[in-house]
Design a protein around this ligand. Sequence first.
Ligand code: NDP
Ligand code: 8X3
Length: 256
Amino acid sequence: MTDNWASGRVALVTGATSGFGEAMTRRLLTAGAHVIATGRRADRLDALATELATARLLTRALDVRDQTSIDAMLAHLPAPFDAIDILFNNAGLALGLSKAHEADLDDWQTMIDTNVSGLVRITRAVLPGMVTRNRGDVINMSSVAASYPYPGGNVYGATKAFVRQFSLNLRSDLLGTKIRVTSIEPGMADTEFSVVRFNGDKTSADKVYQGVHAMSADDVALVCEGVLKLPAHININSLELMPVQQAFGPFAVNRD
Ligand code: NDP
Ligand code: 8X3
């Protein structure tokens, strides 16, 4: 039997062309939601629309770094897509693993513009409607990198720490409304994440997941769906998840 828990709900998914966003789009549609699936790659969105062939899916090419495009997209949504009540704030990326003194400043700026500014822009644009309707769920995609530093994680981890703290602060501002906010903090998940991080080098990306039963995009979407399906009076503030084959190391010590 299909669990139609999201029937009558409208979701905006950023980064729906791949990984978690695409998996979440599929889960939301299966659960009966209307979904606005966004991302920069219009060909991927077209392929998704053709494959899923449902009037409950609307696709829009969108770069979350572009405020004008965000405003234009939101201003021209047809009903019922214009009453967004699930925001899956997921678009993001890591670029490189260089040490801070060797990293590419443009890569740093792109991560900040996407993971921080993009997420903030979308949130600021969508929240007023949620507050007016006194209804909504915001799922912000953070990372274990928000809490655990690692070599080369420098700006990427810092952007995800921002996402986590921003999420918790949203909870403070939204107290008194029925809007829920969750920071999702996954570890290793086998998506296009590492291909992007290594600038298209699939061999290096594959090595990250070699010999590890990493999480899949759908594993993470399953957890996010579980958060959304909880009774309306429960808010998961932050949720960290990892594959069983990933854990923590000791502090690094540089000995003389
Ligand atoms: P993918 O690379 O598979 O997906 C990333 C998505 O983000 C793509 O759909 C991409 O779409 C979109 N995106 C990137 N830049 C922009 C932009 N400027 N505007 C709009 N969309 C953009 O990776 P994941 O699914 O793994 O990553 C999703 C999120 O999860 C990211 O925020 C990532 O940091 C985070 N995360 C990933 C983990 C992992 O191990 N995989 C673990 C923890 C967190 P397009 O290129 O078409 O624009
Ligand atoms: C992605 C997980 O550990 O590569 O956010 O930073 S990690």
